[in-house]
Design a protein around this ligand. Structure first.
Ligand code: 4AD
Ligand code: MG
Length: 431
C-alpha cells in the first residue's frame, strides 16, 4: 500500500512508492512511452508511463484520458533535474475516476471574456492558480503584520446605515423596511473600536457601485484597514510604508515559483524598501504640469495622473496633504492651512495606481459635525460616530489597503479582476 501524497510533497518520497490523486493537465505521446502532466491543486508533476512498467490496459489509457479527467496514479518518485519540481513519477498503475467531457479551456490562448465566463474552470489553469496562491499568501501576511504589532482584529459589519466614502457609489438595500447600505469601508467602526482596543484592524469585503469600467475597479473588493489611537499623519505614513514593504518581501520570500509562472520581473519588486518618497498634492500637481498632463487643481487624481506621477519613482510614492474638497468628510484639516486635509494616498509603481488611502481623522466634535452637514450626510445616523469625539477624543489615524490592487501590482497582472477568485464588476455578476 502506498500513501496518498500531495504533489507538493513528493520531494520527501524519493525512490518510494506513492499514490497521487488529481486531474490530467496534458498528455504527450511518443511510441513506447507517454507523459502525463498531473495537477492536484498543490503542484504539477510529470508522470512517465512506460509499456514495460504498466499493464497493457493502463498503457492504452493514453487514448482514452482527456484533459481534466480525474485519476489516481500509483508510482515511484524519481529525481529528474530537468523537471520543474526536480522530480517526476514513474507510473506503475492508473485508476480512472471520471473521463472528463471535452474541456472548453484548451492549452491554447483564449480571449479574456471567454475565460471570465468560465471562471469556475479557469481557476484550474496555471496563471490564475499562481495569482490566487500569491493572494492567499498576501492575505496571511496582512494578518501577520498587524498581529506582530499589538493590533486586535475587530471585524466591521457589512450592513450599515452610514456612507463612509461618498454617496455616489452606495449599494442600497431594503433592511426590513429601513434603508441600509453594503459597507464601503469598515473605517468608521474601527474608529470606535480603537477607543476600546488602541490599535485595531478589520479585513473583509467592501462594496462600491463603481460605474467606471477601468482595469482598477471592482464593485466588490477586499480591504485591510488598520486604525491607531494616538497616531498622527506622520506615524500613519511610516506604518503604511512598513506594511507595503513587508507584503512585497513576503511575496519575494514565499512565492518565487508563482512569480516565475507569471514571468514577473522581480528586480522591480526588490527595489521596494521603506522609506518611500513623500510628496504633497501640490508637488504632484507641479510634476503633472511639467509633463503636460491635463488636470485642474482641486481635482482628485485618476489613472492618467497617478501613472504620470508614479513614473518618476521606482518605489511606491506617497502623495499627502490633499485639498479638502477632494477627500472624505472625516479627514483632519491641516492645522497650518485649512484648505488642505491630512490625507495620504500610496501609489504603486508601473501604473498599478492607488493601493492605499488613509488619513489622520478629524477629532474635533464641532468641525466634524460641520463637515457632515456640509456633505449633506444624515446627521441622525452619525450620532454614534460623533460620540467617539464626545468621550475622550484623541488624535488618531488609519488607512485602507486595497488587496486586489496590491496583489495585481505584485503579480504584474493587467486587470484587478484577475486577482480575486470571483470578480464582480459593473458588467459581471456570473459565475
Ligand atoms: O481610498 P479609499 O476609498 O479609502 C477608504 O475607503 C478609507 N476609508 C480607508 C481607511 O482609511 N480606513 O479605498 C482604499 C483603497 C484604495 O486605495 C484602493 O486600493 C482600494 O481601496 N479601492 C479599490 N479597489 C478595487 N476596486 C475599487 N472600486 C476600489 N476602490 C478603492
Ligand atoms: Mg482613495
Amino acid at each position: 500500500m502506498s500513501e496518498h501524497v500531495l504533489v507538493k510533497h513528493v520531494t520527501k518520497f524519493v525512490d518510494q512508492p506513492v499514490t497521487l490523486k488529481g486531474w490530467v493537465y496534458n498528455i504527450r505521446k511518443s511510441g513506447k512511452i507517454w507523459f502525463l502532466i498531473l495537477r492536484d491543486g498543490t503542484q504539477f508533476i510529470q508522470c512517465v508511463v512506460l509499456n514495460t512498467e504498466v499493464s497493457e490496459a493502463v498503457f492504452e489509457m493514453k487514448n482514452t484520458l482527456t484533459q481534466e479527467s480525474s485519476i489516481i496514479v500509483k508510482g515511484v518518485v524519481q529525481a529528474a533535474p530537468r523537471q520543474e519540481l526536480g522530480y517526476e513519477l514513474l507510473a506503475k498503475d492508473i485508476e480512472i475516476i471520471q473521463i472528463a467531457e471535452p474541456y472548453p479551456i484548451s492549452l491554447k490562448d483564449h480571449g479574456v471574456e471567454f475565460l471570465l465566463d468560465n471562471r469556475h474552470l479557469w481557476l484550474r489553469s496555471r496563471k490564475p492558480f499562481a495569482v490566487l496562491k500569491i493572494r492567499s499568501e498576501i492575505e496571511k501576511a496582512c494578518r501577520d503584520f498587524f498581529e506582530e504589532r499589538d493590533f486586535t482584529l475587530v471585524d466591521s459589519p457589512m450592513f450599515t446605515p452610514n456612507a463612509a466614502e461618498g454617496t455616489t457609489t452606495l449599494f442600497e438595500t431594503d433592511y426590513f423596511g429601513r434603508k441600509a447600505y453594503l459597507t464601503q469601508s469598515g473605517q468608521l467602526y474601527s474608529e470606535a473600536a480603537i477607543m476600546a482596543f488602541n490599535r485595531t484592524y478589520c479585513f473583509g469585503p467592501v462594496f462600491r457601485a463603481e460605474k467606471s469600467k477601468t482595469r482598477r475597479h471592482l464593485t466588490e473588493f477586499w480591504m485591510i484597514e488598520p486604525e491607531m489611537a494616538f497616531f498622527d499623519i506622520y506615524d500613519n505614513m511610516k506604518l503604511a510604508e512598513e506594511f507595503v514593504t513587508y507584503l512585497v518581501k513576503r511575496a519575494l520570500k514565499k512565492c518565487r515559483a508563482e512569480l516565475a509562472i507569471l514571468e514577473r520581473d522581480i528586480s522591480k519588486l526588490e527595489k521596494v524598501e521603506a522609506p518611500f518618497p513623500r510628496i504633497t498634492y501640490d508637488e504632484a500637481a507641479e510634476i503633472l504640469k511639467k509633463k503636460g498632463v491635463e488636470f485642474t487643481w482641486g481635482d482628485d487624481f485618476g489613472a492618467p495622473q497617478e501613472t504620470a506621477v508614479s513614473e518618476d519613482f521606482d518605489k511606491p510614492v506617497m502623495i499627502w496633504r490633499w485639498p479638502a474638497e477632494t477627500k472624505a468628510f472625516y479627514m483632519k484639516r491641516d492645522p497650518e492651512d485649512d484648505r488642505y486635509v491630512l490625507g495620504v494616498d500610496v501609489i504603486a509603481p508601473e501604473g498599478h495606481g492607488e493601493i492605499i488611502g488613509g488619513s489622520q481623522r478629524e477629532d474635533n466634535l464641532e468641525l466634524l459635525l460641520q463637515r457632515i452637514k456640509h456633505e449633506n450626510l444624515p446627521e441622525n445616523v452619525f450620532q454614534w460616530f460623533l460620540d467617539i469625539r464626545r468621550y475622550g477624543s484623541v488624535p488618531h489615524s488609519g488607512f485602507g489597503l486595497g488587496l486586489e490592487r496590491t496583489v495585481g501590482w505584485i503579480c504584474g497582472t493587467h486587470h484587478v479582476r484577475e486577482t480575486i477568485p470571483w470578480p464582480r464588476t459593473m458588467v459581471r455578476l456570473e459565475p
